[in-house]
Design a protein around this ligand. Structure first.
Ligand SMILES: CSC[C@@H](O)[C@@H](O)C(=O)COP(=O)(O)O
Ligand SMILES: [Zn+2]
Length: 218
């Protein structure tokens, strides 16, 4: 039974409020980002393409089926298929948030050729399921950017499914973060925590003068 967000009387309103908070934190520049929630009937409520995520209202959401097909009129997010992928590979996912931060964007570009962003030693690693100490390491899958969403989803699917314990976040190089959780609150905490960790990692790379040492966890 897939997770839903039953705690939200109005998922569009709750997602719009999350958008205002993420925008206020600098995580939704221009019209970047997209947000969704799994509804009780299994369909997906998602932002329409091109909406400013700091100024969302109910009209800027629409429903899509699990394969991304529009249920309501209009054009859903250009990245709808990535949301569909997440709900398909993680039955516990109830909400998905996608952000664009300066730190994550430049860090992922500095890690050219790497297929993961390894985060180690931080207290905030405890945001990840199963992590109870800072003496841990969590790797966010990192893939190259593409405008071909079916191809990007097909690339990500086996990467996510191969994880022993699914990390509820991944990064698209030079583009942005996807993070999710069983509820919208959990998804927002995951996105906020990941962006904090990426900002710390980027600061450390700058202190070290670059990310050339491939063996160094960030
Ligand atoms: C404003 S450029 C960013 C977009 O290309 C895209 O990456 C994005 O996050 C928003 O796309 P959208 O179609 O509005 O969901
Ligand atoms: Zn994006």
């Amino acid at each position: 039974m897939p997770a839903t967000v039953p705690d939200l009387p109005d998922p569009a309103d709750a997602l719009a409020k999350a958008g205002r908070r993420l925008d206020a934190r600098g995580l939704a520049p221009a019209t970047a980002g997209n947000y969704s929630a799994r509804l009780a009937d299994g369909t997906i409520l998602i932002t329409r393409s091109g909406a400013h995520k700091g100024r969302l209202d109910a009209a800027q959401f629409m429903r899509v089926a699990t394969d991304g097909t529009a249920i309501d009129a209009g054009r859903s997010s250009a990245e709808t298929l990535l949301h569909c992928l997440i709900y398909a590979v993680d039955p516990a996912a109830g909400a998905v948030l996608h952000t664009h931060s300066v730190a994550g964007t430049v860090l992922s570009r500095a890690l050219a050729g790497r297929d993961g962003i390894e985060l180690a030693g931080y207290e905030l690693l405890k945001i990840f399921p199963g992590v109870a100490t800072h003496e841990a390491s969590v790797t966010l899958p990192l893939v190259d950017n593409s405008q071909d969403m079916p191809a990007l989803a097909a690339l990500l699917r086996p990467i996510l499914l191969a994880q022993e314990r699914l990390v509820p976040a991944f990064y698209i190089r030079g583009h942005g973060l996807y993070a999710w959780g069983p509820t919208l609150d959990a998804a927002e905490a995951m996105v906020e925590g990941c962006e904090f960790l990426l900002a710390c990692a980027w600061e450390e790379v700058k202190l070290r003068g670059g990310a050339d040492d491939q063996s160094d966890p960030i």
